[in-house]
Design a protein around this ligand. Structure first.
Ligand code: COA
Length: 158
């Protein structure tokens, strides 16, 4: 099994629309939203390809200060094999390379696989957003991974 990460293009839209519907149900982004997102200002999207097939995707938005995980998903048949970890690590590496101070995200409070993935990557819970996910009216945890160098500067130590 060969796994590679690569940028997403408009040619990926049929696969993205299918996976988005399967993974996010009523909250899925439309084809138009996905088409705008993958080329949007400050956005960085990648796809995970296994044996020539797109089976995962993830994206980041950098606003010049912090980075926000916009989405992450692995095709159901390929979940639990480390692709999520590969993609979130790539997003965090990219955020670090851009000079982001932190990576932020929202996750449904009952989304155990995603919570495991984020906690294992070092994200910490910040707070609760009630009714964040519509139309399901589900609550979200906000989470944050600090990328700032924890080593105090000489000025801070003085
Ligand atoms: C979250 C998601 C992207 C993880 O993708 P993945 O390719 O399965 O990720 P990995 O294989 O790297 O596994 C990540 C963690 O989730 C756990 N996991 C995977 N599938 C799981 C399942 N069905 N139930 C519980 N935990 C599961 C893994 O054990 C792993 O935890 P660990 O490192 O502590 O062992 C995937 O579950 C998904 O696409 N979910 C639907 C979309 C979604 O909810 N996206 C997140 C929005 S915030």
């Amino acid at each position: 099994m060969t796994t590679t990460l690569r940028p997403l293009t408009h040619a990926d839209l049929p696969d993205l629309v299918r996976m988005e519907g399967e993974l996010f149900g009523a909250g899925a982004w439309s084809r138009e939203s996905l088409a705008e997102e993958i080329v949007g200002t400050g956005r960085w999207y990648l796809g995970a390809v296994v044996d020539g097939r797109l089976v995962g995707y993830a994206g980041l938005w950098f606003d010049g200060y912090d980075a926000q995980v916009m989405t992450i998903g692995t095709d159901v048949a390929h979940q639990g094999r480390g692709l999520g970890r590969l993609m979130i690590d790539a997003l965090v590496d990219r955020a670090r390379a851009l000079g982001a101070g932190a990576v932020l995200l929202e996750v449904r409070v009952d989304n155990e696989p995603a919570l495991r993935l984020y906690r294992r990557t070092g994200f910490q819970q910040l707070g609760l957003r009630r009714g964040y996910y519509q139309p399901e009216n589900a609550d979200a945890w906000t989470m944050r991974l600090d990328l700032r160098d924890p080593t105090p500067t000489p000025q801070e130590m003085a």
